[in-house]
Design a protein around this ligand. Structure first.
Ligand SMILES: Nc1ncnc2c1ncn2[C@@H]1O[C@H](COP(=O)(O)OP(=O)(O)OP(=O)(O)O)[C@@H](O)[C@H]1O
Length: 539
């Protein structure tokens, strides 16, 4: 007996109209299979779509041995039918044994890779393509019709129909037409999704960039010391690759500038460089800041939010002060770096990302890793290509150019005539040891431009070298400077030093004359250390 086309599909024209009117994949695909299987004689209608597989899926795929296309896989995305046996009378699940099919494997994979239709009128006499004959027998399946979903010469996926009756030609003609409409509707829905995604991303990037504009550092690398020239060569070497880079150096040496330069010279420069200052993220918000969250996933999560990783997709993520990341988050970070995939908090969906990571720290991360304060595996992952920035006192050749650069810049900003830098000025600047490195030099020269109203350059420089300051500031029980201090002593010294800076600045952390400036630290770094030591700005 042949089935009438009306009996199989209801009203095929209405199906075409309904499919064309649906622009959202999550609704379109279930709708299509439901519309195709209203008659109990149609056993099962299914759609598989092609997409790049998640690495984790390939790892656990039971058909991995047969798969020769690791960059593309067929995912079962919609299923509907009427089972005679089994627990799910409507076969709606998409998580069963055939949830993924490698391209080229079995009939579904063959249809997708060849773009050919597969038609089996009587499966009981043609078992070539049948994996589970007992299922065919129990469910009384008679025929199979599988069509490629083709749009603009590309096979997007497969539409498959298992039916309990043979299909007549007119019926197959309608199915071909429906498959063509469905493919066009899928392509449209994807384009719309992409537009929505890009719109949301642009909005998020704009929000982020607005925050950043206020704090963005300026200009390019200034200096001509051999040390800086070597760094520039290293940047040229590593920038075009996707390797992780770890920038090491004291506070204020220009690590962030190097990160920006790496991004600028990379192939990702037309995508954003997203920065996270790991010292400034409150502990309880780390995961959300990095990986994002869905609305309602915790108190205060009032809307869906992309994390910094997602914002950096296609671009670069700069993790400043990486040494401050708590150990438990380090494990999660490592997983994302290794697998290139993440889930937002409160969401099941796995997102695949293409992010290049640059990290920076002023700590001795190797030592921290050796002593268990930083995960060794993460350290090795991040330090594929380490770049070490020497402190300014070890590259005094850079001081004249840097000083000129800052003087010109601040004079222009303040609307003053450029100040002349004399040889004596340069020698004086070169004698000082710059514990706050280039950032301190920058502040000293900014102040100099402000106070030099008569056109003659004057600057206030602490005349003593920091080693002298260190000696005079040492707690009384930590005797000579050649004495080696224990970790505990160094910490108590640092704590005491922060207290002194705060007391000298009257409790002011930020801005000119603030404790951060006196210590040559970023205010956020100082705040995180104060938190770690339990120090209040104003006792
Ligand atoms: N070679 C350089 N040329 C021009 N400006 C520089 C140079 N090095 C550093 N600077 C400037 O000095 C300031 C401090 O640099 P940056 O923030 O990159 O240091 P950092 O090492 O990341 O500091 P921290 O460890 O405190 O985060 C910035 O304003 C930066 O623009």
């Amino acid at each position: 007996m042949h089935i009438e086309k009306q009996a199989v599909f209801g009203d095929p024209k209405a199906i075409l109209l309904a499919i064309s009117g649906q622009h959202h994949l999550p609704e379109l695909l279930p709708l299509a299979v439901r519309l195709l299987a209203p008659d109990p004689r149609v056993a099962l209608a299914r759609i598989w779509l092609r997409r790049p597989p998640l690495e984790s899926d390939c790892g656990r795929c039971r058909m991995a041995a047969e798969c020769h296309h690791r960059d593309n896989c067929l995912y079962l995305v919609a299923s509907y039918g009427h089972a005679l046996h089994g627990q799910d009378p409507h076969w709606e699940g998409t998580n069963g044994a055939f949830r993924r099919m490698p391209l080229g494997v079995r009939k579904i994979g063959h249809i997708a890779s060849s773009g050919e239709t597969v038609q089996i009128d009587d499966v009981s006499t043609d078992l070539r393509w049948i994996v589970r004959p007992e299922w065919v027998r129990d469910e009384q399946i008679r025929s199979f019709f599988g069509l490629p979903l083709r749009y603009h010469n590309e096979t997007l996926g497969v539409l498959a129909l298992f039916s309990r009756e043979a299909m007549e030609d007119s019926c197959r003609e309608w199915l071909r037409m429906i498959a063509d409409h469905l493919a066009a509707a899928i392509a449209n829905a994807r384009s719309l999704d992409e537009i929505e995604r890009l719109k949301a991303r642009l909005q998020q990037e704009n929000e982020y960039l607005r925050e950043e504009v206020a704090v963005a550092s300026f200009g390019e690398l200034v200096g001509n010391s051999p040390a800086l020239q070597m760094i520039s060569q290293q940047i040229d070497l590593v920038a075009p690759t996707d390797s992780s880079v770890l920038i090491l150096g004291e506070s204020g040496t220009g690590k962030e500038l190097i990160a920006r330069e790496l991004h600028r010279r990379s192939n990702r420069s037309d995508r954003p460089l997203i920065k996270v200052n790991c010292a400034a993220v409150p502990r309880e918000l780390y995961e959300s800041e990095f990986f994002g969250h869905s609305k309602g996933s915790f108190t205060g999560a009032v809307r869906d939010r992309a994390g910094r990783f997602e914002l950096a997709d296609g671009g670069t993520l700069f993790l400043d002060e990486i040494g401050e990341i708590p150990l438990d988050l380090q494990a999660k970070l490592l997983r994302v770096l290794q697998e290139g995939e993440l889930e937002r908090i409160g969401e099941e969906q796995t997102r695949r990302l293409d992010v290049r990571v640059i990290a920076a720290t002023n700590r001795n991360l190797r030592e921290e890793a050796a002593e268990g304060r930083f995960r060794q595996d993460l350290f090795y992952r991040l330090s594929v290509f380490p770049i070490e920035l020497a402190p300014l006192r070890e590259r005094v050749q850079d001081i004249p150019l840097l000083a000129e650069h800052f003087l010109t810049r601040f004079a222009r900003q303040l609307g003053r005539k450029p100040l002349k830098l004399t040889l004596a000025n340069v020698q004086r600047l070169q004698r000082y040891a710059w514990p706050g490195n280039v950032r301190e030099l920058q502040h000293v020269l900014e102040r100099a431009v402000i106070i030099s109203t008569d056109g003659k350059l004057r600057f206030n420089l602490p005349e003593e070298r920091p080693s002298d300051r260190l000696r005079s500031a040492q707690p009384s029980n930590a005797a000579r400077t050649d004495q080696v201090l224990s970790d505990q002593e160094v910490r108590s010294f640092e704590k005491e030093n922060i207290r002194r800076a705060l007391s000298a600045s009257g409790g002011k952390v930020y801005g000119s004359g603030g404790a951060a400036e006196r210590l040559g630290l970023k205010p956020t770094t100082l705040l995180s250390r104060m938190r770690a030591f339990g120090i209040q700005a104003r006792p």
